[in-house]
Design a protein. Structure first.
Length: 188
């Protein structure tokens, strides 16, 4: 009887360790993107991505960097923008606009989003999370953080299938890993 109890405890312990490993099955690696004054853990090396901006927004920018990373259904998009001196950035309006763009780009009929305040290294903004339902009835998880400090803005967006809990947990890990260096010319 004692042998059976010990065997069961070992089996349960192994099962819990295996479950924990499976939960974090999408491996992440930290990437420092000096041009964007940010570091973030991503599922694959960052690739340049085009950021579609209105002409008026492009004219207000001194600098813009954007990149993406994908793996196993998870899509991550990151961007940094430095606006001309004297520009007034509003993280709340930026998040509203970003949510609208995401809704249109995903073909969402419904985007259920909750919003919380967020900050990193003196930059403040919002973290939004939720799910999207497309016209084809595909449900997608959505994670998004926008941070603003003076005339600089950082943004990370994660999306992937909502029926895969590993994707949702990985998206959370990506968002939590974000580090920014506002107002600095130094590396992270």
């Amino acid at each position: 009887m004692r042998w059976l109890t010990i065997s069961l405890l070992v089996a349960i312990s192994f099962s819990c360790d295996l479950h924990s490993a499976i939960q974090n099955a999408i491996p992440l690696k930290q990437y420092v993107v000096d041009d964007a004054k940010m570091s973030v853990n991503l599922p694959s090396p960052p690739k340049d991505a085009k950021l579609n901006l209105k002409e008026s927004t492009q004219e207000a920018l001194d600098k813009s960097v954007s990149f993406s990373s994908t793996m196993d259904g998870l899509v991550v998009f990151c961007s940094y923008a430095k606006y001309r001196a004297g520009s007034r950035l509003n993280a709340s309006k930026a998040m509203d606009g970003a949510i609208d763009r995401v809704k249109r780009s995903m073909g969402s009929e419904r985007l259920d989003v909750k919003r919380e305040e967020a900050s990193r290294n003196g930059a403040h903004g919002f973290y939004a999370y939720g799910t999207s339902l497309t016209a084809k009835q595909n449900k997608t998880i959505y994670r998004h953080i926008i941070l603003v400090k003076d005339n600089e803005m950082w943004q990370v967006v994660c999306a992937g299938p909502s029926d895969d809990p590993v994707v949702a947990r990985t998206a959370d890990r990506v968002i939590q890993s974000l580090k920014v260096a506002p107002g600095s010319d130094r590396s992270l």
